[in-house]
Design a protein around this ligand. Structure first.
Ligand code: PSV
Ligand code: MN
Ligand code: MN
Length: 424
């Protein structure tokens, strides 16, 4: 289904008076309101194809109905999100779950929804039915060179699919590692993985990036061969200038100071991008901002500070993506919530008085430095984000309109009540 553009305009009209009342404080009192709105309009957050279905747990999967059954339907879902919020203008494909049959048709479809293709993702953490050798004991780290070669070839194949669609990056997340002490020679595993990544890196087109995503644990529970930002940074540094570290917010051990990691990677020019989600315990893949919104703000505070220090374009110089998946919520509602949480954190970070913060820091005025950050975090920036959406052609309140239009019921009508999206 495609949204009737009049539905958004009519809805916004019905909400306009209340919105303008809330916005008037900003336009009248805050000098930076206008540049913040413009930055928000430019800021797009990619949607992973695997987030559009109801994610499962190890214990079960409860389909919500109307889930996309094909790549085309996944793109239609992202098109819906983008129509509603004008901030989800890209989709990230996972191969082989999302192999296009007709590239021109898929590109045409993407254009009809105003979508770009974000990073493509390889999959060497599962065995596919037609696959010759197994990844049970790893892929790029495997002791058998033939398994490593199979995984390298798959990644190069993924690059070729991405090239045909206009993607500009490959994200490699490996489940490689070990479950028990003694199982793996860490040095050899690192060396083999580096060599394998080197072959993939050599196959990258000139204007592509390679994102090396780390994860502390799971599915391996003793060691992960790309287990933390240090090892990812090491791989990326050794590989070369097109390789970067990718930070997935759920891939750290509890209480890790992610904002400090982000700041250091950014300063070294090695931060490639993000997978946004939230986490209480581990790789929970919960809605961005649902558990630790202050952490999300502090991360954006470092991003804005570091990107400005390096003269980087906020919207285009890093890869911004969501990586979440749900068992209990409508995935489209969840994604609308995640995108909004990210925009709110970004807007709050843009509000921080950086000069005053630096002065407080230089004077060792700890309380004042804290006040400056908390003042921005405690500001209700929802009218700014809504105004950015309105100006871009989106809905003032996307989730409310999604419900008002009964989008899920319409999708169930089109696709059926018992559909299961391909993916995680
Ligand atoms: C597995 O942890 C994972 O969630 C990683 O975050 C990847 O980005 C994603 O799957 C898709 O491969
Ligand atoms: Mn991820
Ligand atoms: Mn993950």
């Amino acid at each position: 289904m495609q949204l009737d553009p009049n539905a958004i305009a009519d809805y916004n009209q019905s909400q306009l008076e209340g919105h303008q009342r809330k916005l008037s404080y900003w336009t009248q009192e805050v000098a930076t309101a206008e540049p913040i709105i413009r930055k928000l309009i430019d800021f797009q957050i990619a949607i992973p194809s695997w987030a559009l279905g109801t994610g499962g747990t190890r214990f079960g999967r409860f389909a919500g109905g109307g889930e996309p059954r094909s790549l085309e339907e996944k793109m239609a879902d992202v098109g819906l999100l983008h129509a509603l919020n004008q901030a989800s203008g890209a989709i990230s494909l996972h191969i082989p779950w999302d192999i296009p049959t007709d590239y021109d048709a898929i590109k045409g479809l993407a254009a009809s929804y105003s979508l770009a293709f974000d990073a493509v993702n390889s999959n060497t953490f599962q065995d596919q039915p037609e696959q010759e050798l197994s990844y049970k004991f790893g892929s790029l780290q495997h002791v058998d060179a033939a398994v490593r070669q199979q995984a390298i070839d798959h990644n190069i194949d993924v690059i070729r699919h991405g090239e045909a669609l206009g993607s500009k990056a490959l994200t490699v997340w490996l489940s490689d590692g070990s479950c028990f002490p003694g199982q793996l020679n860490f040095r050899k595993a690192f060396g083999r993985t580096l060599d394998s990544l080197g072959e993939i890196y050599a196959a990258l087109p000139e204007d592509w990036k390679l994102f090396v995503e780390y994860k502390a644990f799971e599915p391996n529970f003793y060691s992960m061969t790309v287990g933390d930002w240090g090892s990812s940074f090491l791989y990326a540094s050794k590989l070369g200038p097109k390789a970067y570290t990718l930070v997935d917010l759920g891939h750290h051990l509890p209480n890790a100071n992610i904002e400090q990691i982000v700041s250091i990677l950014l300063n070294e020019g090695k931060l490639g991008g993000f997978h946004f989600n939230d986490s209480k315990y581990g790789d929970d893949d919960l809605t961005a901002g649902s558990i630790k919104p202050y952490q999300l703000f502090l991360i954006f505070n470092e991003l804005v500070d570091g990107m400005d220090a390096r003269g980087m374009n906020h919207a285009t110089s890093l890869g911004w993506m969501i990586d979440a998946s749900h068992n209990v919520k409508d995935p489209l509602e969840d994604l609308l919530q995640s995108v909004e949480a990210i925009q709110l954190a970004y807007a709050q970070a843009l509000l921080v008085d950086r000069q005053a913060l630096e002065e407080a820091r230089e004077a060792n005025d700890v309380a004042q430095a804290q006040e400056i950050l908390q003042d921005a975090f405690r500001t209700d920036v929802r009218p700014l984000v809504a105004e950015a959406r309105r100006r871009a052609g989106g809905a003032l309140q996307p989730l409310a309109l999604y419900r008002q239009l009964n989008v899920r019921q319409q999708l169930i009508g089109e696709r059926g009540a018992k559909t299961i999206a391909t993916g995680l």
